[in-house]
Design a binder for this molecule. Structure first.
Ligand code: HEM
Length: 397
């Protein structure tokens, strides 16, 4: 019988992974369904990843993550413990998600589209078009943090604080205890900020997401503490992931001039092009779970309490599911679906809204900047994420 110790080991610090992470993952996916790494069990097979993401035998990996980081007792850890991420499968998790999945589901998010388009236009109007600009700072960070400000009816000037703090608190996923002090302070700043915004929104209710969440609270669907934790959670999960995925989309699409031109000629192709971006180069290279009971996966016994990582990058580059995975093809069938947003009762709450954000950014760019030239770009890849560390471009290249 195969045991965990017999599984092939992937070293995320190895030169081949760092130089070419997705082809390296594809190599694993072609040969193995499961592997192991220093963080736990890695799943390389698409169907097995999907099943693990959805299956009731697997729960949240978040509490273990906080142990790895050693977050000290205090407001940050209290928030984490009570936020959605710490709630395992069950009635509380389901109840907590209902107001959000209603307000931010496909239809709920669609009602943000016109205002998101306004944020995109305003942001581009402030960017120089005739010389190299830093698109991470001027565009990718600003769009999601300004959209967050719009959701909570805050002044757009707060967007810099929101994006900076989101980047800081998302460092939890580095699993590096050296970030703990900064992360703790980041959460404390965010908690204070959100408390102030809720007081202001209660004084001046409007037609925004925060006011809708306050109304859901007053109707008894959330407690005041749960409301606050959600508003913090939205900031935590929003800007960092979205900024990187916008940057990835700009790089993957604009560096292929024939595709950029095809999208400019027919922007209705943008949604399918973005699906391929999220398959080919997902922001989420993995998500995490923990076994809630003893399980057998692909014939391998895995005990309760084991850290499990559905390896989304490997699944997306598995040739058994995505033929010729290294080919960037915006005309791929939409099934199998990409796993960039996880799934089931843990799925990304912002997936519809952020897809609209990225669609609006790209649709604007392909029409207004057909000659965009990327002058510098760089990626970095951790086991968890694709990050864009540099993106300079001339919009009117
Ligand atoms: C492109 C940008 C984004 C990516 C790639 C992304 C990806 C993910 C992934 C992989 C998960 C875990 C899903 C699972 O394990 O099944 C997740 C969870 C979550 N995301 Fe996103 N996300 C993005 C943007 C956003 C935005 C814009 C928001 C909110 C405005 C958001 C809110 C959340 C929340 C609240 C959760 C936790 C859900 C739960 O535990 O029930 N995300 N996201």
């Amino acid at each position: 019988m195969t045991t965990i110790a017999d599984l092939p080991e992937i070293d995320f610090g190895a030169a081949d992974y760092l130089a070419a992470p997705l082809p390296t993952l594809a190599g694993f996916a072609e040969r193995f369904k499961l592997g192991r790494s220093s963080r736990g069990i890695e799943i390389f097979d698409y169907d097995l990843c999907r099943d693990t993401i959805l299956n009731r035998a697997f729960g949240t990996g978040h509490p273990r993550l906080m142990n790895v980081l050693g977050l000290p007792e205090g407001p940050a850890l209290n928030y984490k413990r009570r936020s959605i991420s710490f709630h395992n499968r069950g009635e509380t998790r389901r109840r907590l998600r209902v107001p959000l999945t209603t307000l931010m589901g496909p239809e709920g998010s669609e009602r943000f589209r016109t205002d998101i388009r306004g944020v995109v236009r305003k942001t581009f109007a402030e960017i120089a078009t005739d010389r190299p600009v830093d698109l991470i700072h001027d565009l990718c960070d600003r769009i999601p943090s300004r959209v967050y400000c719009y959701w909570i009816n805050a002044p757009m000037e707060d967007a810099d604080f929101v994006s900076r703090t989101s980047h800081i608190v998302q460092q939890v996923h580095t699993r590096n205890p050296e970030t703990t002090a900064e992360v703790t302070q980041g959460f404390e700043n965010l908690l204070e900020y959100v408390d102030e915004r809720i007081v202001l929104a209660r004084q001046n209710p409007g037609d925004d997401l925060l006011s809708d969440l306050i109304r859901a609270t007053d109707a008894g669907h959330l407690s005041p503490d749960e409301l606050r934790n959600w508003v913090v959670k939205l900031a935590e999960a929003n800007t960092d992931n979205s900024s990187h995925q916008i940057a990835i989309a700009v790089i993957e699409l604009a560096s292929r001039p024939e595709i950029w031109a095809a999208l400019g000629a027919d922007p209705s192709l943008v949604p399918q092009a973005l699906r391929e971006v999220m398959r080919y180069h997902p922001r989420s290279l993995s998500t995490s779970r923990e076994t809630l009971e003893d399980v057998v996966m692909d014939g391998v016994p895995i005990p309760k309490g084991e850290a499990i990582f559905p390896n989304i990058g490997a699944a997306h580059w598995n040739p058994n599911y995505f033929p010729d995975p290294a080919k960037f093809d915006i005309h791929r069938p939409d099934k199998p679906a990409h796993l960039n947003f996880g799934g089931g009762i843990f799925s990304c709450i912002g997936r519809f809204a952020v897809t609209i954000e990225i669609e609006e950014v790209i649709a604007h760019m392909v029409v207004h900047f057909p000659n965009l030239k990327i002058t510098r770009s760089a990626f970095s890849h951790s086991p968890m994420f694709t990050s864009v560390t540099e993106l300079k471009a001339v919009l009117n290249g």
